[in-house]
Design a binder for this molecule. Structure first.
Ligand SMILES: *Cc1c(COP(=O)(O)O)cnc(C)c1O
Length: 436
């Protein structure tokens, strides 16, 4: 028997919300988000310059981002639209980390105009940057890829050698030498070497790579490294059997690495940054969907009103998401179902052969751990519309943060006015008939 996981809201709360906002929708737990923000701040409080730059791509909703702001967090961005969110929210450049890759020159120019801190992914991007700005900024960060296989205490966690990201060590040395000659005064080092890790040793291991490189840059080039950025990659226990990371232990272990490697080099004042997305938000968002069909053929299918267009992770990576049948948490899981959406793709499923209690049409399913890289990865295949995002406040009230898409949102980019107008008229008549 695996542990029972419980939703962050009650059946009554969920039924009330589902009466007001049709399923499927994303529901976020404000309390969980705030508690985690405090824990992260505490875990790294030993470092004077510590800042979490929340990875905007995980949950690009300005209301969620505003909560992060309350804890002094900045943001990690990688696209024009993400930078526009920053500008609209009035986030100062020192709180923006522009960690992009395969970057367009115009995006560098925009990031620079916002005074964002720029984290370069490739040595050729120095030329790109120089082509769009008059003078290089005083601070530039470089994304490091050590190559090889990435191993630490509990096994192999990825293969940076095969990843498209980052500079080789030789390129870092060459780049710093060049940037110094162009008047750049301070440097950051960044690395993201694995994803969704379940070990308290991941961050400390990345810290070792970056701290050693920082010391080398100081000794060989007298370079002033002022920022070590451990990026994202800290995972969450999606499966009930997964171990949870302990952020307090992680913080302490990174502290030890700083003491061991940076202190003897007189570099103990280097600021630490993180760019966590999943750890900050993953467990505090759920996809809530209703069972609309039960089908029994060679398998037993639970058909829901959400699909992979709402949550792509299972289709894309075979990702596991725990599912609660609301109101049946404590019933025996004596049935086995595949939980599917309505895309014309057999891979459109939230679970395959999952033990669950007996499911009936009309049941609400709470798909856990969708708060990061969930709604944000949504798309419109098969003309499916993206769901609403709702915040469950600490006081139990709800706030609509993003409405559900309408068919007209889906059609709005068509460059064909007669058809668009006809579609609008059809939609208006559907609304009159109460069909939508
Ligand atoms: C995706 C990403 C992150 C966030 O990763 P998580 O696994 O969600 O913590 C941070 N930094 C960069 C550069 C990323 O691409």
């Amino acid at each position: 028997m695996t542990a029972i996981r419980r939703p962050f809201c009650t059946k009554e709360q969920l039924e009330t919300i589902a009466k007001k906002y049709p399923t499927p929708f994303y529901l976020y737990d404000e309390k969980g988000i705030r508690d985690t923000a405090l824990k992260v701040k505490a875990a790294f409080s030993w470092n004077k310059g510590f800042k979490e730059y929340f990875a905007v791509k995980a949950t690009p909703n300005p209301i969620i981002l505003a909560i992060m702001r309350e804890y002094g967090f900045g943001f990690d961005c990688s696209s024009e639209a993400e930078l526009m969110l920053m500008e609209a929210m009035g986030v100062p450049g020192e709180d923006i980390m522009f960690s992009s890759n395969d970057t367009a020159a115009a995006d560098f120019a925009y990031a620079h105009r916002l005074y964002a801190q720029i984290n370069l992914d490739d040595i050729t991007h120095i030329k790109t940057l120089e082509s769009v700005i008059d003078k290089l900024p005083d601070f530039i960060s470089l994304r490091f890829n050590p190559g090889g296989a990435f191993k630490f205490a509990n096994g192999i966690f990825g293969s940076p050698q095969d990843a498209k990201f980052g500079f080789t060590e030789d390129q870092v040395i060459e780049a710093v030498r060049y940037l110094q000659s162009k008047g750049v005064k301070r440097f950051g080092l960044h690395a993201l070497l694995a994803s969704a890790t379940l070990s308290d040793d991941y961050y400390p291991t990345v810290a070792k790579f970056l701290c050693r490189l920082a010391v080398r840059l100081k000794q060989e080039l007298s370079a002033d490294v002022t920022l070590i950025n451990l990026s994202g990659g800290v995972g969450i226990p999606y499966k009930p059997t997964d171990p949870a990371n302990n952020i307090e232990v992680i913080g302490e272990k990174v502290h030890q690495v700083f003491d061991e490697i940076l202190k003897p080099a007189g570099m103990q004042d280097v600021a630490l940054a993180t760019e966590m997305g999943r750890f900050m938000l993953g467990p505090y968002g759920a996809l809530v969907t209703r069972v609309i069909n039960l089908k029994h053929t060679y398998d037993d299918y639970v058909g829901v009103d959400a699909c992979a267009a709402d949550l792509m992770r299972p289709m894309l990576y075979g990702a596991y998401h725990y599912i609660t049948v609301i109101g049946k948490e404590d019933e025996p899981k004596n049935h086995t179902y595949s939980v599917t959406g309505g895309l014309c793709e057999n891979s459109d499923r939230f679970a395959t052969h999952r033990p669950l209690p007996e499911v009936e049409t009309g049941d609400l399913l709470f798909i856990h751990d969708c708060g990061a890289h969930g709604h944000a990865m949504g798309y419109n295949y098969n003309g499916k519309l993206r769901s609403a995002e709702i915040l469950l406040r600490e006081d139990g009230s709800t706030m609509l943060m993003r409405r559900r898409e309408t068919p007209m949102d889906y059609f709005v980019t068509l460059d064909c006015l007669p058809i668009y107008r006809t579609l609008q008229a059809i939609y208006d008549r559907k609304l009159e008939r109460g069909e939508h």
